[in-house]
Design a protein around this ligand. Structure first.
Ligand code: AMP
Length: 487
């Protein structure tokens, strides 16, 4: 797939961290995070990065790629500390497509840098510029930024990027999709030519290959899994349902099945996200939303509440959900089926991260059949079709929409609807007390309609999670200890 450019590195697993060339401070942080062995991308990329090579990492979301670039970079920063009295200079620039991803990377870097004294600045739009200007002016070792705001601040003269030794482009494919290429080129133009450049992407398109040719020198390629392979630990299933009954089916599943503990729901539009959230709240399901019409503070709060188990469901649009790394998401629901297979892969990557378990549920209406077929070709297999027990697929759609404006916007709500079923009372949901029981969810009450390949409960007999609880605890402590530092 990579054509003739770059040298592919073998992917090794089951190698201890101690053999990767990391120093004691970094190994201690890895141990603190509860990681016992590197993920395949870490095993392959870390030695190459320590060796000074440029690296192209082709990896699904949730494979541990943030640590794959952060650990060796911190290793190098620790090996070349500032001389006494020397001014702090920015040596590392990480560019990522969304604010959420920037915040996520910062959180990871803070955890991995707990024994290495580094200062981090994060830079993204949607919030005031002043703290970011101050952080850049005062000097920091690592800048983690979205391209647009970073370029704005650079143009205003903030930050000194003349000493950069490491550039990381994370989720490069998404940055291209979002139209950031011109901004990225302008930023990279201002960086020293002699630097190490690491590029991570879920896919390797011709455009990405061109980018690597322009920005990298003799890169080594690390590719984990096939481009079209969604996270392998995710159980995927499809519910065929008519448009007007989608909300009813979602309520039904959430009210009936307590295995849906921590759920991300994807809608196509911001309005759709608000509407679904409202409908769920109406039946007592705690919900937050994450989309571009929400302020940065609202988005951060929704994410924090979701992580803290104050919300059971987070309803998102695609772009807002990029880079969300929340441990223990039990289900991803494609309320609106994504037309692009790549978006499906990214969405379901929110669950099943780092070998955790997870289910992906997709609602498919007759209009989505073409997209479903494309997806099944893309991932090379059919998805299991399921039917919800006791759900009336022939019910009349519910009565009038909950707000007058919905009447205009909601194509699915036309026509009077009588006799829609009321979901049964909300079952007692067992909130996970300490984090360790997510692998022991009760079997789902849904039955398999027999069309798909693997019937039966999607939630039963899952392996125990291997990672996450310890890491979450450590990240939490660090976050609390640093009081949201990094700005
Ligand atoms: P990423 O792909 O970088 O977004 O990482 C996904 C998740 O994997 C994060 O929650 C990390 O904390 C976790 N993780 C990263 N490396 C490891 C590892 N070696 N062992 C266990 N979990 C890991």
């Amino acid at each position: 797939m990579c054509g003739c450019y770059g040298v592919a590195l073998p992917v090794m697993a089951a190698m201890p961290f101690t053999q990767l060339g990391l120093n004691a401070a970094i190994l201690q942080a890895v141990q603190d995070a509860g990681y016992t062995e590197p993920t395949p991308i870490q095993a392959a990329a870390i030695p190459a990065i320590i060796n000074g090579d440029d690296v192209i990492g082709i990896a699904q979301t949730g494979t541990g790629k943030t640590a794959a670039f952060t650990l060796p970079i911190l290793n190098q920063l620790a090996a070349t500390p500032r001389a006494a009295g020397e001014r702090r200079r920015t040596r590392v620039l990480v560019i990522a497509p969304t604010r959420e991803l920037v915040a996520q990377i910062e959180e990871n870097v803070l955890a991995y840098a707990r024994h290495v004294p580094v200062k981090i600045a994060r830079v993204f739009g949607g919030v005031g510029e002043q703290p970011q200007k101050i952080a850049l002016r005062d000097g920091c070792d690592i800048v983690i930024a979205c391209p647009g705001r970073l370029l704005d601040l650079m143009r205003q003269g903030f930050g000194d990027f003349s000493q950069i030794t490491h550039l990381v482009l994370d989720e490069a494919d998404r940055m291209l999709d979002m139209g950031f290429l011109p901004d990225i080129r302008r930023i990279v133009d201002k960086l020293p030519k002699k630097r190490q450049t690491l590029l991570f992407s879920a896919t390797l398109s011709r455009e990405i290959e061109q980018l690597t040719k322009d920005f990298q020198r003799h890169p080594k390629i690390v590719q984990i899994g096939k481009r079209s392979n969604p996270a392998e630990t995710v159980t995927q299933m499809v519910y065929e349902v008519s448009v007007p009954l989608k909300v009813e089916l979602l309520k039904h599943l959430l009210l009936r099945d307590e295995a849906l503990q921590m759920v991300i729901v994807f809608t196509r539009t911001k309005h759709g996200a608000d509407k679904v959230a409202r409908k769920l709240e109406q039946v007592g399901i705690k919900c937050g939303t994450l989309h571009a019409n929400r302020s940065q503070n609202q988005r951060m709060k929704a994410l924090a509440d979701f992580k803290a188990w104050k919300l059971r469901v987070l309803v998102c649009t695609d772009i807002a959900a990029r880079g969300i790394d929340v441990d223990g998401i039990s289900h991803v629901v494609n309320f609106d089926f994504p037309p692009q297979p790549e978006d499906y892969v990214h969405r379901i990557g929110r669950t099943g991260r780092a070998q955790a378990i997870g289910d992906a549920i997709s609602f498919v209406t007759p209009e989505d059949y073409g997209s479903l077929r494309s997806l099944e070709r893309f991932i090379g297999r059919g998805l299991v079709r399921k039917r919800a027990d006791d759900f009336d697929y022939n019910a009349k759609p519910p009565a009038a929409p909950d707000r007058p404006s919905d009447q205009r916007r909601d194509a699915g709500a036309q026509g009077a609807a009588r006799g829609s079923r009321q979901p049964s009372a909300r079952p007692q949901r067992s909130r996970r007390p300490g984090g360790g029981d997510r692998g022991r969810r009760p079997a789902t009450s849904d039955s398999n309609a027999g069309k798909g390949a693997t019937g039966g409960s999607a939630s039963a007999a899952k392996p125990e999670r291997r990672w996450g609880d310890k890491a979450r605890e450590v990240f939490g402590k660090i976050r609390r200890g640093l009081g949201g530092g990094g700005q």
